[in-house]
Design a protein around this ligand. Structure first.
Ligand SMILES: Cc1cc2nc3c(=O)[nH]c(=O)nc-3n(C[C@H](O)[C@H](O)[C@H](O)COP(=O)(O)O)c2cc1C
Ligand SMILES: CC(C)CC(=O)C(=O)O
Length: 322
């Protein structure tokens, strides 16, 4: 019997969910506690309708936008997501190649299963592509410095400092089944071998790396002193924090709640976007992620003030079925 073609992200999610082992599927798909935010991120897009003007010449449409000094093909990039080796052995290498093929940029997680050097090389072998390095504030500042230096040397254009994760979100599915990354996967940017990762729980590992005493005053000037890459804050949900990012001279913000994986019952990112965009306009770049699943969603985010959208899970589902 012929299988149906995958034509939408919902189809892709369904196809990936059939293939993936349940622990991987739940790790990818779930959010924190009651998963209110993970659902509302997507539902927020359904509240808006598109009112078209007709008899417009659409024979030659230009979807490019400038980002990091070069045009990308359309206003969508791939969010940093750790552990892509759980979806496909090539993991982040395949993601980088796909982003390069389609002319968009990619975020590299500090919990990637391949190194930033391998990831940037894989993409650039296909076509010119820009990467950004995602960073958490780390207890081991020397190791954090090494990540920054390696990312810059590998050609990354920006640091995305993820600000919403002083501790790992409470994810019931991970707790219930004691989630553990599968053996054989390493975190080369965190300088951890697969064997070392297996020696502690996922949650303990995160606690031992991440610095929950992080602050604007400590992180931003320190990062500025170390790198010429742009500094973006990922995980902002309020106009007040957009204003603070501007005060600290950051280059951009990602309006994000980590795909609903960190603090549950934070608002959908689309719902806070207009107020954040009002503060940002012209003073700092403003991008968004969380629940974006179609071209219509991208259109709505742009209409409400974002310059560009990023997606996490759709890329993981794509990797799983490829
Ligand atoms: C499996 C998984 C791993 C993730 N790992 C990271 C990470 O290492 N660093 C980070 O800043 N965000 C991480 N994220 C969050 C994404 O960068 C992004 O904010 C989120 O996935 C966007 O929502 P969406 O999945 O609904 O598109 C992860 C998300 C998923 C689903
Ligand atoms: C590998 C994880 C620590 C990555 C992450 O940030 C997440 O699961 O949301």
């Amino acid at each position: 019997m012929a299988t149906d073609k995958i034509v939408s992200i919902a189809d892709l999610q369904a196809a990936a969910s059939k293939i993936l082992p349940s622990s991987t599927r739940e790790f990818f798909n779930s959010g924190a506690t009651d998963q209110v935010t993970v659902h509302e991120n997507s539902a927020a897009y359904r509240k808006y309708r598109i009112l078209p003007r007709v008899l417009k010449d659409v024979s030659n449409v230009n979807t490019t936008i400038p980002l990091f000094g070069r045009d990308i093909a359309f206003p969508l990039c791939v969010s940093p997501a750790g552990l892509q080796g759980m979806a496909h052995p090539d993991g982040e290498l395949a993601t980088s190649r796909a982003c390069a093929k389609y002319g968009i940029n990619m975020g590299v997680s500090s919990y990637a299963n391949h190194s930033v050097e391998q990831i940037t090389t894989a993409g650039n072998e296909v076509a010119p592509i820009h990467h950004v390095m995602q960073l958490y504030s780390m207890k081991d500042r020397e190791k954090e410095k090494r990540i920054i230096r390696r990312a810059e040397a590998a050609g990354c254009k920006a640091i995305f400092l993820t600000a919403d994760s002083p501790v790992l979100g409470v994810r019931y599915n991970e707790v219930r089944k004691t989630f553990q990354p599968p053996a054989g996967l390493a975190y080369p940017m965190m300088e951890k071998t697969s064997e070392q990762i297996q020696q502690q729980s996922h949650d303990d590992g995160f606690k031992s790396f991440n610095d929950d005493s992080h602050s604007w005053a400590r992180e931003i000037p320190w990062l500025r002193s170390l790198t010429k890459m742009e500094i973006w804050i990922k995980g902002i949900l309020t106009p007040e924090d957009v204003e603070t990012a501007i005060e600290y001279g950051c280059d951009g913000v990602i309006i994000s709640n980590h795909g609903g994986r960190q603090l549950d019952e934070t608002p959908a990112t689309l719902d806070v976007l207009p107020a954040c965009a009002k503060v940002a306009r012209g003073r700092i770049r403003i991008h968004i992620d969380g629940g974006i699943r179609s071209g219509n969603d991208i259109f709505k985010a742009l209409a409400l003030g974002a310059e560009c959208c990023w997606v996490g899970r759709p890329m993981l589902w794509g990797l799983a079925v490829s």
